[in-house]
Structure formats: structure tokens, C-alpha cells
Design a protein around this ligand. Sequence first.
Ligand SMILES: *Cc1c(COP(=O)(O)O)cnc(C)c1O
Length: 329
Amino acid sequence: MTTNDITLRDIYQARRRIVGTVTKTPLVESQALSELAGARVRIKLENLQVTGSFKLRGASNKIMSLTDKERERGVITVSSGNHGRAVAYISQKLGVRAVIVISEPVPENKRQSIRKLGAELIVGGKDYDQALIFADRLKEERGLTMVHAFDDPQVIAGQGTIGLELIEDFPEIDTAIVPLSGGGLISGIALCLKSIHPAIRVIGVSMERGPAMVESLKAGKIVEILEEPTLADALAGGLNLDNAYTFRMAGEYMDETVLVSEEEIAAGMAFALEEHHLVLEGGGAVGIAALLYEKVEKAGERIAIVASGGNVSTPVLLEVMARQQNRNG
Ligand SMILES: *Cc1c(COP(=O)(O)O)cnc(C)c1O
């Protein structure tokens, strides 16, 4: 491992900061997946995290690290939904003003939960990259601090606290399967796990429709991707053309990447509900989908899958379930 700007120490400090705010989520055995994979498979339930996704970890660590002056001025972020909700939640708790800039595809259920938390919600463009440009301008105008959804050391360290919990609950883990979009989640977890035991494999899973990190790593540079509608809306969006951390970290740490189709994501959601009575959003179910469809090349023997979020609207969940029932006859 080469030297990095972010270290295991930052992750422990993040935990000290956020321990009273975030939940230590359960890690549950999956008998069905264990049988299927011929391995011990456990699922990390970040769908049960406060605000319904892991994003509260990084957002809290970032906002709790700001100076008093920065807190007084307020924060701004660009989000595909879950990060915005996390920023709105912790900001309300700390009495910090928050502006959440979203793009047009962000689903209504996620917009509502952000508004309910008292944040200012602005639609800044038709896709993530446009919304980011809009937010950068507003940040300058109003003197706000940007709380980036993934490309920020404090955010990455916050997401890395999942790695600490995995090691504590499952010390013999040899593989982590992690949903991948901008790469903050996987960078934090991989930094943590590989600092403790370098042989642990870390596998990133994205959707076939617009996998920004996978395409960028293939090209050897950040590429702009076309945002397409996907069940895994939390994984949609670009990497940030001036990406400073996650492109390098994900490239260095990831041992394998896997892509899953819309049908596979739907099957992952249905499996989570039927087998485990877990409500997962599409982005939260890609790891299960990857294992279900045996898409992981070297899956190991002691596997943890991160189920990253559960913020799916009821109509979408019902539609997915109905489609799966029809398919299974
Ligand atoms: C944000 C998000 C991800 C991806 O995290 P990155 O740090 O952008 O890679 C995965 N799942 C859910 C539910 C998310 O909200």
C-alpha cells in the first residue's frame, strides 16, 4: 500500500466524532446466500442506519469537523438523494443551515425526506455534473462550505467506520462486496480493512447503466458518462472532473469490479425482502445481486456484503416485487 492522505487513524477519529450520532448496524448471516456461494456470507445492514443509508457517517464526520465560523455560514451539497438527506439531518441536529442541490432524476420520496428536515432543496440541473456546477457557484455567492458526497477526506473516513464494525463483528472476513458509485464508501472501507489486513479482498459493484468509476478506471482518466434511468438511482452520477481522492483510492484498493443489470438488481431487492424481510433500494441490493448471479470471480470464503441503503418508495418496491413474482411464475 502506498502512502495516503487518509489513514486508519482518521477513521478512528471519525468514529470518536460520530459515535453518538450514527447507529452501529447489525451484520446478519445469510443462510441462503451462504449455501449458494458455498461460503459464509453476512450482510451489513446500512439500510437500518439513521436516514436509511450509510451516508450519515461521512456527512456527520465532515460537518462535525467544521470550524464554528464555517458552521455559522452553513453548508451546501449536491446529492442523488441519500447524501442530501444525511446532510439535512445532521445539519438540523447541529443547527447548521443546509442547501441541498439535486438533479432532475432524484425521486420524489427522497426529495420529501430532505424537505421535511428543514433544508433548502434546489434542483440545479438535469444531471449530477450540471447540479455540481450550479452548487459551486451558489457556494461562492453565499460563502457556504461544500460537503461533497464522496470526494472528501472526512467523508471517506466517516464511511470507513463501516470497516471498523466489519472487523469487530467478523474478524475473519476475507472479502467485502461493496456498492460503488463515486467511490467514497469503498475507499473508506477498503482503506480500513486493508490497513488492518492487506489480503482482504474488496469488490466494487455498479449497475450496467452508467457506471462512472468503472468506465473511468478503464479509460485511465475521469470520463463523463451518460446518466440513464436505473433502479439503483443512488449509484447514478459522475465522478467529478477534478476528482482528488476516490478515483485514485478506488483504483488502488479495489481487487475486482462487477456490473449488474436492472433485472439482477430487481432480483436482489426481491431476494432481500423474501429471504430476509429486508427492504433495500436498488443501490443497496447490488452486492446481493452480484453474488446471486455468481458474477464475482473470486468471492472468498468469509464474505460480507454491504447493503448500503433502503430508501426505496413503496410504489417502486411493489412494482419490483410484482414483476419478480410474474417472472417466477
Ligand atoms: C451513495 C450510495 C452508494 C455509493 O456510494 P459512493 O461513495 O458514491 O460510492 C451506494 N449505495 C447507496 C444506497 C448510496 O446512497
